[in-house]
Design a protein around this ligand. Sequence first.
Ligand code: PGA
Length: 240
Amino acid sequence: MRLITCENYDEMSKIAAYMVAGQIVLKPNCVLGFATGSTPEGMYAELANMHKSSYLDFAEVKTFNLDEYYPIDRANDQSYYYFMNHHLFSKVNLKPENVNLPNGAAKDAAAECVAYDKKIEDCGGIDLQILGIGNNGHIAFNEPGEELTAGTSMVTLTDDTIKANSRFFASEADVPKHALSSGMATIMKARQIIIMISGKNKNTPLKKLLSGKITCSVPATMLNMHPNVTIIADKDAING
Ligand code: PGA
């Protein structure tokens, strides 16, 4: 794993955006894996600026997001589709048919999950996956536990995650209890992974990731088995 140390959140966002832009320039029809949450917001703003000012061209790019709450309609302003549309999709020239998130309104969640992994494979797999990390070490909604799931599946959010995500909702009770989430294998099959880590409260999971030990109780530690991972972390996350 490579570690890029940044002064602050803004620098982390810029470096991640440069790496995504580099991928798009090298392979204009690349497949990108995107994440939601507050960590990548600044990176999406940078990418939108690069599109506007430097003509970074998303015309042939395909995207797959890691997860979506369940059940939720994509028009709901708490959905991850809404988040992505607000921060990126509406600001660049991605084709609507080339953006993908698990469908939080699917009647048959299990079938939706199988179809999602198949669609990623049919597109040739993910070239570059962007990740954040939960305070509890989750990646996507792969929560700490005795076991992890390989493929995309419906997951139950932990109390920690519900609490952390309640800052985006009117109250903790409003946070959905379930999500459709990419599994560990879905993530590990990406050819290149960037994990963005910012803020003092991410010091503990970052240290666990860097320890070289692998445990289901900190799912992000599985990234130690991937051949091409770059951690972009700010000083607050590194120093705690
Ligand atoms: P955050 O979430 O970027 O909002 O901190 C990251 C995550 O839970 O994976």
